[in-house]
Design a protein around this ligand. Sequence first.
Ligand SMILES: Cc1cc2nc3c(=O)[nH]c(=O)nc-3n(C[C@H](O)[C@H](O)[C@H](O)COP(=O)(O)OP(=O)(O)OC[C@H]3O[C@@H](n4cnc5c(N)ncnc54)[C@H](O)[C@@H]3O)c2cc1C
Length: 355
Amino acid sequence: MYDYLIIGHGLAGAILSQRLLKKGQKILVLDQPDQNHSSAVAAGIFNPITGRKMFKTWKADQLFPELVNFYPKLEEHLGSNFFHAIGVYRPYFAIDDQNDWEAKKSDEKFKAYIDKTSTSNIDTHQLHDPFGGLFLNQAGYVNIVKLLDANKKYLIDKGSYQETMFYEQDLKSHSDHLSFGDLKFKKIIFCNGILAHQSEWFHWLPFHPVKGEIMDIEMDQRPTTIYNRGVFILPFENQRIKVGSTYKHQFDNMQPTEAGQNELKEKLSGLLNETYQIKGRRAGIRPATKDRRPFIGKHPDNEHIYIFNGFGSKGVSLIPECSKLFTAHLLEGEALDAEMDISRYYSHYPTKPKN
Ligand SMILES: Cc1cc2nc3c(=O)[nH]c(=O)nc-3n(C[C@H](O)[C@H](O)[C@H](O)COP(=O)(O)OP(=O)(O)OC[C@H]3O[C@@H](n4cnc5c(N)ncnc54)[C@H](O)[C@@H]3O)c2cc1C
C-alpha cells in the first residue's frame, strides 16, 4: 500500500513528490502529460518585485530565501542543471520612477532584493531605458521542463511513477484507505493543475484560469540578464530567448493567437531597440485562483483526499515553500497558513455532488 498517490507531474506534483520521498513516504505519481500543461509552457521566472507598480511579491521574505536554497539542492539530488540565478533588470518608466526607487533602495523592506540601480541607460544599442533602472537579485529562471525530465527519471528508477490517466470515477473509498484499479493508498493528492477546475471533488473552488502566450525569438546581441518592463526578455538555455507573457481571462482555445503575438510585439517595441526574428510561439493556461492564493488542503468530506494547486503565474517561487508547509501539515499535523488552506472556501462546497 502506498502512503500517497499524487495525481499530476507538473511542477507542483514533482516538487511535492521529492518532499514526501525525503520524509520516507511511499509514493506513486500518476501523470498523463498534456502538451499545454502550464509547467511545459512557463518561462520559469522568479522575481521578488513585480508589476507596473513594482510591489514586493506576497510572502517574498519567506518564499525567496527558501527557493534559492531549494532548487540548487534539488539539482544536486537529481544530477541536473536547471536553476539560473541571472537576476532581472527592470528599466524605470520615467523620472518619477527613478526618484522613487533611488529613495527606496536602502529601505529594509527592499534591500535584500536590490543588487544595484542605474540612473542612466545601461546599453544604448539594445534597450530603451533612458532613465536607467533597477537590478534585482534573488531573481532568475528555472528550466521547468528540464527539472521535470530529471525528476521523472528519478521517480521511474524508484518505481514511483506511472504514465497514465487517472479517472476520478474509478476512485474507490474504503474505511481506512482508497483504491484505483489495483493500486491501494492511504491518501491521494491532486496536483492536476487547471483540470481540477472540472473535478468532481474540487470544482467548487474558485479557480480563475488565465491564458498566457510566449514567443521564442532570435536577435544578434544576447542579454546576460532578464529584462522586464511590461514584457520580459529571457535569455534561456540553448541560445533561445523567450518573450512573454500575455494574460487573458477570456479565451476559447489553448492555441497561440495573432492578437497575443501582436500584443507581445507592441510591448517589446517599447523596451527593445534591436531587431529580432520570431522563431516559435506557445500558449498555456495558468492554474490561477480568484483570490490569487494557492489552494492547499483537505477535502471537506473525505479525510483521505487533498489538493495542492492554484499556483497561478508564480509556481516557481511558491511551490518550494508551500510544499514544505504542506508536508509538515500532512506528516506532523502543523496548521496550514490560513491564506493557502482551502478551508477558507468550505462554505462554497455543495452538500450534494455535482451532476
Ligand atoms: C505562458 C505562461 C507563462 C508562465 N510563466 C511563469 C513564470 O515565468 N514563472 C512562474 O513561476 N510561473 C509561470 N507560469 C505558471 C506556471 O506554469 C504554474 O504556476 C505551474 O507550472 C503550475 O504547475 P502545476 O503542477 O500546478 O500544474 P500543471 O503544470 O498544469 O501540471 C498538472 C499536471 O497534471 C496532469 N494531469 C491533470 N489531470 C490528470 C489526470 N486526471 N491524470 C493524470 N495526469 C493529470 C497534467 O497533464 C499535468 O502534467 C506560466 C504559465 C504560463 C501558461
